[in-house]
Design a protein around this ligand. Structure first.
Ligand code: FAS
Ligand code: PHB
Length: 392
């Protein structure tokens, strides 16, 4: 087999890259490890930055998002059981957020691929990049019991944190930065109405978050110890703990119901540099992970893909490798901005093991300051809304 760009991974990064490359007349083949159903069923991100919404609309992928998604001017933060303020990104920056689930984005991306009879091979085994720094990169894989070789000009590693692509960059050339957090997020999905605003909670008992997927599908999270498992948390126990962390008048608004999905995700900050080695480019979780406190994960995957498709389009159109050579540094500037914002919000909103009442009061004082200062709120809004894409 031969193509221009071999894409390893059919998550949001891989499928979106294939779509954007196609619109630039560039051929690709996507090699995905799991089945389409498995990829779509994963419950993950739910909040899209303005830049992500703009990229999806420009790629002709915005119709269902605009019909089913929910637009928000910002997010609400509550603490100490009483206070609250709204990070109004629209007031400060003219930007809005879209609440639209990653599962729905995956469905839209697969549908777009089907419409153009794209080469998206699912249930591929033993996918392995080769000669990424040589003159003839290629990818080997097994599909339906047969071994294949895919020759290509470039390889895009869009295979997530546990994929193979990052390892294709020699350890001697790779630098990894990591911060593991001593807690996880227990998340549930329930067919109940969400709160009006996406709401983050700082509480001495721990962090909580109320979000949404549709007017009758809400997404809730609470901070839990890393040792906890889903079996430790019945629905009743979850709803009682969630209500205990929200201010009482908000807790009264929470409509409880059966969980239709329940999972615990550990929190981690991680960045691998560089994001390019020879003909190999890393996009999305293959290169970086953020704690979901800043709702940045999928949005960073989209910004990497936006920069990479722009660089590859310039190369094929004019032979210039300037944007390709700048890809890693350009993508990493936005990655580190989101890493820092996500780390800051995680420190501000969670109760860390070993924190004292002094630490709790200091967090509440910082939240009081954010509430009282329009300058501080504008700064947080600017970081939260996501940095604009850099011009070519
Ligand atoms: P993905 O991991 O989504 O996709 C990688 C794809 O590559 C997968 O389909 C995988 O099957 C495939 N793959 C892996 N190894 C392969 C191989 N060897 N060969 C071929 N294919 C291979 N982000 C938020 O913004 N908000 C959230 O609330 C949020 N919650 C999350 C909850 C969980 C449990 C997890 C794990 C992540 C969450 N994220 C969240 C982050 C998430 O949305 C990612 O940022 C997003 O999926 C990144 O997309 P990709 O880079 O495409 O990686
Ligand atoms: C979600 O809707 O799943 C969500 C919202 C905000 C976050 C993380 C997750 O910070």
């Amino acid at each position: 087999m031969k193509t221009q760009v071999a894409i390893i991974g059919g998550g949001p990064a891989g499928l979106l890259l294939a779509e954007l490359l196609h619109r630039q007349g560039i051929d690709s083949v996507v090699l995905e490890k799991h089945s389409r159903e498995h990829v779509i069923a994963r419950i993950r991100a739910g909040v899209l930055e303005q830049t992500t919404v703009d990229v999806l609309r420009a790629a002709g992928l915005g119709a269902r998002m605009d019909a089913l998604g929910h637009v928000h001017d910002g997010m609400r933060i509550v603490w100490a059981g009483r206070d609250s303020f709204y990070i109004d990104c629209h007031k400060h920056l003219g930007k809005r957020f879209m609440a639209y689930g990653q599962s729905q984005i995956q469905e839209d991306l697969f549908a777009a691929a089907d419409r153009r009879s794209a080469q998206v091979l699912t249930e591929c085994d033993a996918v392995q990049p080769h000669d990424v720094a040589g003159e003839q990169p290629w990818v080997s894989f097994r599909h339906r019991g047969e071994d294949f070789r895919l020759d290509c000009d470039f390889i895009a590693g869009c295979d997530g944190f546990h994929g193979v692509s990052r390892q294709a960059i020699p350890a001697t050339l790779r630098r990894e930065f990591e911060k593991a957090y001593p807690f996880g997020w227990l998340g549930i999905l329930s067919r109940t109405p969400p709160l009006p605003d996406i709401t983050y909670v700082n509480h001495p008992r721990g962090f909580a978050l109320g979000s949404q997927r549709s007017p009758m599908l809400s997404r809730w999270y609470i901070q839990v110890p890393l040792a906890d498992t889903v079996d430790d948390w019945s629905d009743d126990r979850f709803w009682a703990e969630l209500a205990a962390r929200f201010p009482s008048e908000m807790a009264r608004q929470i409509v409880t119901g059966a969980s239709i999905e329940k999972s615990i995700a550990p929190l981690r900050s991680f960045v691998a540099e560089p994001m390019r080695h020879g003909h190999l480019f890393l996009c999305g979780d293959a290169a970086h992970i953020v704690p979901p406190t800043g709702a940045k994960g999928i949005n960073l995957a989209v910004s990497d893909v936006f920069y990479l498709q722009r660089a590859l389009a310039a190369f094929y159109a004019s032979g210039s490798s300037a944007l390709i050579d700048a890809y890693s540094a350009t993508a990493l500037r936005r990655v580190w901005s989101s890493e820092r914002t996500s780390w800051y919000l995680t420190k501000l909103l969670h109760r860390f093991p070993g924190d004292s009442d002094f630490d709790q009061r200091a967090q509440e004082s910082e939240l009081d300051y954010l509430k009282s200062s329009p300058h501080a709120q504008a700064s947080l809004a600017e970081q939260y809304a996501g940095m604009p894409f850099e011009p070519a």
